[in-house]
Design a protein around this ligand. Sequence first.
Ligand code: ATP
Ligand code: MG
Length: 422
Amino acid sequence: MAPTQLQPARGTHDLIGEEFRRHHQVVETARRIATLYGFEEWVTPIFEDTRVFARSLGDTSDVVTKEMYTFEDRGGESVTLRPENTAGVCRALVSNGLTQGGLPRKVFYAGPMFRYERPQKGRYRQFHQIGLEILGAAEPLADAEAIAAGWHIQQELGIDDGTVLEINTLGDGPSRDAYRAALVAYFQQHAESLSADSKVRLEKNPLRILDSKDKGDRALIEGAPTIFAYLTPEAAAFFEGVKRHLDRFGVPYRVNPRIVRGLDYYSHTAFEFVTEKLGAQGTVMAGGRYDGLVEEMGGPPTPSVGWAAGVERLGLLLEVAGSTPAAARPVAIIPVGEAAEGPALDLLQRLRRAGVVAEIGYKGNLKRRMERANKQSARAALILGEDEIAKGMVQLRNLDAGTQESLTLAEVVARVAAPARG
Ligand code: ATP
Ligand code: MG
């Protein structure tokens, strides 16, 4: 019996060809811009002690209640595949003894995340995020700088058109207590029309109702009070500060009082970059301020702010914009006859050392090798025949223009290394 052909596990996907190139473009662009803003990259483990997430994400977030990949390892420890990386970065700050001195620390990361979700376009069980964290900064300028870096990355990718920054404040502790009471009073009047999930939220964390995707809930949320009437003067001034700095950074935004983050650890600033171009999966980048999280990990009070963005969703925006990066076009080295093989390999390596993408077929006559060069969309073919080699010459065929000329070996390296020609 033939073995069954195995498929990728549900909700996972392979990154090959155009998909890989978009992914790579997103991550490399983000890495480059983050460096310009003074961020250093951290790589933290893909799985952590379950308590890292259970403690920090709160026990009412969807991520903790329904989406975590948690299992016991062979030693009986409960471990979880990271559903996000902010908790891991905060854990790493504390476990590496980095909470004293050297703050603020600005951290960039990129890597896979895992959530047990119903897979759809732009929503996977293994997906990838890029993200920034500014650890140990209580000033609204930090919030604005993190957001400005995120906006800069989207501009650099050429996908800022049609994407809007929506920001809100969740206030400080006293603001939120007062607001929570007002929300409970409001939703209790409509309790019978709330979804089952939101009835539970009303008990445990009424703010979370504002994040509900249920249609009936959404209608009720329209009429709910906003936090603005309940902000303390300090919280209101903080929000004003963030907006003022965003103006100075030249980042456009829209205040949306319904934005709350999906995780429980946020205070003050909450924001999302949203687009109409991806249907229901419209949030591409999301974040906010989390002043209590490092303490949850056993560290000292360390006010922090950050965001995470879905690489697949940014990649979809690149695709929609028609900006999928092209594959590199090689120069094909084509030896004709056995005596040409040595010089061909020599030229091949000289080109590669000069930074030219160069390829050689492993076998075949001139015709087969030319066919392969065209298939690889080579930009040029360098044909080394025995007669030419005797004279120290090589034929350069421009595969776009169809022109051909005879050059010395020294000339040809300089010629194909110049990107505009060849
Ligand atoms: P959503 O409301 O879409 O479920 P979220 O609030 O759960 O998003 P965050 O936890 O804030 O998302 O994660 C930040 C970003 O990571 C999201 O804005 C999105 O771009 C991306 N993301 C989150 N979950 C997934 C997923 N399952 N598949 C692909 N990308 C995801
Ligand atoms: Mg989610």
